[in-house]
Write a protein that binds this ligand. Structure first.
Ligand code: PLP
Length: 400
């Protein structure tokens, strides 16, 4: 009998981490590799946040904390929700976890019974279906293609709802496409949810601050206050404040759910890192200029990448509203053969040949549930992006 649990056989390791690992291995072998796989800003954490962490260490704030966060951070998050989202969550309605990932995981663990369905629009962030499976639920994947801008239509949502639906996981701007829902598009979805009172919404707002061309970010509980009692509004400091390694994410939601999430956390990780929590207090209450400065850099990179990828033979790259990803289609490359002899049968073959033959690491679309595409993370220097896109253009032109 295997030592491993049956549940584990239902899930796969994160493919995005696998790509980063393979790229790192090739680099270690001396290959000239450009990694466009990692989903993290290349900026350093701002100095004021680092200083707050150092001060916390010096002040001895190095002990266990309350399981789901110190009072000061919960208050800072409550203020953030009011200030930026027009949402009123008391500190008792807030949970802080070890990254946005743990928050989502806790919520699913706290709510799913065997057979419960969770609607996940595809392309999706790689962890959603596997977290649902780990929690004993059933992912219901709804493909949202390039023709609808990778966004779910109200008709598609309506068709996916069954009596067993527990959650819709909503992510805007999206990883992996960067697609952001306008207020009207989101309202059309919340109108559907208003007709199905048993369905809750888990809104993953991780890329809230990375929106371009004046795009207005919005979140379900704000767009439809009637959903407030069945919405978990999730966010974190990882992407906006370049704090991926600090591991702080948070959510606001109904008190009963927040208490259940606290119970899970108290029996697993106890609490998020105390020093990181003090750093997050500074991130949310300190100067916010960093956000606007970053946005300008990311928008410039997005424009550069979209233009260069659209100039590559066989690729079509929509212009995303936010995040730091693009999700070009490789439909025009399928059936061709690479210079080294790989037949491009699907996006996985494309990404593998691209990495092996040009040293550019991207993540294939099948990992995100929608093919044939690949994801580029443009959270890297302009020079590296230009070099990588030039190599991609060369690779596509050489396909025969
Ligand atoms: C859509 C989305 N949600 C959540 C997360 C998790 O963020 P964290 O690093 O805070 O766990 C990520 C990270 O890649 C993400 O892309």
């Amino acid at each position: 009998m295997s030592i491993l649990s049956a549940t584990l056989t239902r899930v796969k390791p994160s493919p995005t981490i696998a790509v980063s690992t393979l790229a790192a291995e090739l680099k270690a072998q001396g290959r000239d590799v450009i990694g466009l796989g990692a989903g993290e800003p290349d900026f350093d954490t701002p100095d004021n946040i680092k200083a707050a962490a150092k001060a916390a260490i010096d002040a001895g704030k190095t002990k266990y904390t309350a399981p789901d966060g110190i009072a000061e951070l919960k208050q800072a998050i409550s203020n953030k929700f009011a200030r930026e989202n027009g949402l009123s969550y008391t500190p008792a309605q807030i949970s802080v976890g070890t990254g946005g990932k743990q928050i989502l995981y806790n919520a699913l663990m706290a709510t799913l019974n065997p057979g419960d369905e969770v609607i996940i629009p595809a392309p999706y962030w790689v962890s959603y279906p596997d977290m649902v499976l780990l929690a004993g639920g059933e992912p219901v994947v709804v493909e949202c293609g390039i023709e609808t801008g990778f966004k779910m239509t109200p008709q598609a949502l309506e068709a996916a709802i069954t009596p067993r639906t527990k959650w819709l996981i909503f992510n805007s701007p999206s990883n992996p496409t960067g697609a952001g829902y306008t207020r009207d598009e989101l309202k059309a979805l919340t109108d559907v949810l208003m007709r199905h009172s048993h369905v809750w919404v888990m809104s993953d707002d991780m890329y809230e601050h990375l929106v371009f061309d004046g795009f207005e970010f919005c979140t379900p509980a704000e767009v439809e206050p009637g959903l407030y009692d069945r919405t978990l509004t999730c966010n974190g400091v990882s992407k906006a404040y370049a704090m991926t390694g600090w591991r702080i994410g948070y959510a606001g939601g109904p008190q009963e759910l927040i208490a259940a999430m606290r119970k899970i956390q108290s029996q697993s990780t106890s609490n998020p890192c105390s020093v990181s929590q003090w750093a997050a207090v500074e991130a949310l209450t300190g100067p916010q200029d960093f956000l606007a400065e970053n946005k300008v850099v990311f928008q410039r990179r997005r424009d550069l990448v979209v233009e260069m990828l659209n100039a590559a033979e066989g690729l079509t790259c929509p212009v995303p509203e936010g995040a730091f990803y693009v999700y070009p289609s490789i439909a025009g490359c399928i059936g061709k053969t690479s210079p080294a002899g790989t037949e491009i049968t699907d996006d996985e073959a494309f990404a593998r040949a691209l990495l092996e033959e040009t040293g550019v690491a991207v993540v294939f679309g099948a990992a995100f549930g929608l093919s044939p595409n690949f994801r580029v993370s443009y959270a890297t220097s302009d020079a590296a992006l230009k070099d990588a896109c030039t190599r991609i253009q060369g690779f596509c032109a050489a396909l025969a």
